[in-house]
Write a protein that binds this ligand. Structure first.
Ligand SMILES: Cc1ncc(COP(=O)(O)O)c(C=O)c1O
Length: 336
């Protein structure tokens, strides 16, 4: 099976498992796990932020900042495509108490002047804007750095916090050559995932200033995310940051080859093809398309009415050639 469902399906490689096996560990709730400490220092180097904290998941990395800077009566300004709005069971409001305000966007890319129209200052009868949330990449699309800089400027002049969901920030950085630190500079805090294209079994890292990370540590405990000898998992993160970042370029090349093959078929209409993701529409029934590919050993998902393909280290150059061959040889009569 060629698994194109998500980059979360990656499995730790032999070398990553060896790094995990030999990790030095301690009780991280007491701040005594040297491997976790090392991973956090690496994240600070990479993002340029004062402090970092390992969190159990991307969802937790999003929720904690929204809880610190949002809360009852407060708003987070975000796009209607964002993960916090669509895929986190409404935690932003159900657990965080914060109202998400949807800013019109182009596939998740918001413009500062559009955001400006939706900022609410204090009024006795209105919720108040507290946070702008950017997601980079968003549905695989890299946020243009100029837009991010304009958003940060707008936030600073309105005393708003900027949280960046950088689940796939390394994909953005590898694609554009713009460093993660430059992207992180456009946000007050940033979280990135180790458990997606970087190939780790778990974890995200949240980075921000000292005061913010101290508060984050308490909230992580409150949410049940204080874990003990997690250096075993942090070692996978260190391995990934040292070995699996540059290779994300391969995933982007594989995505381009597969997207070009789909575009040539006549039955697939590409909506988004960027970094490691493809979203496509079809005038054929998408469930049937997904089922036909599954019969040929290619797994991908239907999201809304679109097909969604995600490349990761699950897929080699040779696999990509075979997937392209399967796409080219697919008979649309199979879509029944
Ligand atoms: C953009 C984005 N943010 C956050 C998350 C949440 O990550 P996790 O599944 O680790 O909670 C995901 C997961 O796919 C994501 O795609």
């Amino acid at each position: 099976m060629y698994d194109l469902r998500s980059d979360t399906f990656t499995k730790p490689t032999e070398a990553m498992r060896k790094a995990m096996y030999s990790a030095e560990v301690g009780d991280d709730v007491y701040g005594e796990d040297p491997t976790v400490e090392r991973l956090q220092r690496m994240a600070e180097e990479i993002t340029g932020k004062e402090r970092s904290l390992v969190v159990s998941s991307g969802c937790m990395g999003n929720l904690i900042p929204l809880m610190i800077k949002g809360g009852k009566g407060m708003e987070v300004l975000t796009s209607g495509y964002s993960h916090i709005v669509n895929h986190e069971i409404g935690a932003v409001s159900s657990l965080g108490g914060t109202l998400p305000v949807i800013i019109p966007s182009d596939h998740g890319i918001m413009k500062a002047d559009e955001i400006a129209k939706h900022i609410h200052g204090y009024a006795y009868d209105m919720s108040e804007s507290a946070i702008i949330e950017t997601e980079n990449t968003t549905s695989g699309i890299v946020y243009p750095i100029d837009d991010l800089r304009s958003i940060r400027k707008l936030a600073d002049s309105n005393n708003l916090w900027v949280h960046m969901d950088g689940a796939r920030i390394f994909n953005a950085s590898v694609e554009t050559g713009i460093s993660v630190r430059e992207y992180a500079d456009t946000a007050s805090d940033i979280t990135f995932c180790l458990s997606k294209g970087l190939g780790c079994p778990a974890f995200s890292v949240l980075s921000g200033d000292k005061d913010f990370i101290e508060k984050a540590k308490r909230l992580r405990k409150l949410l049940g995310g204080g874990m003990r000898q997690i250096g075993i998992l942090a070692a996978a993160g260190i391995y990934a940051l040292e070995n699996n970042v540059a290779r994300l370029r391969d995933d982007h090349e594989h995505r381009a080859a597969i997207s070009e093959a789909l575009a040539r078929t006549g039955w697939a209409d590409i909506e988004i093809s960027a970094t490691n993701m493809i979203f496509f529409r079809s005038d054929r029934d998408m469930d049937s398309i997904v089922a036909a590919f599954r019969r040929k050993g290619v797994l991908f998902l239907k999201e809304g009415d679109m097909g969604r393909i995600v490349l990761s280290l699950n897929i080699s150059d040779e696999d990509t050639r075979e997937i392209v061959r399967i796409i080219e040889s697919m008979d649309p009569k199979e879509f029944v």
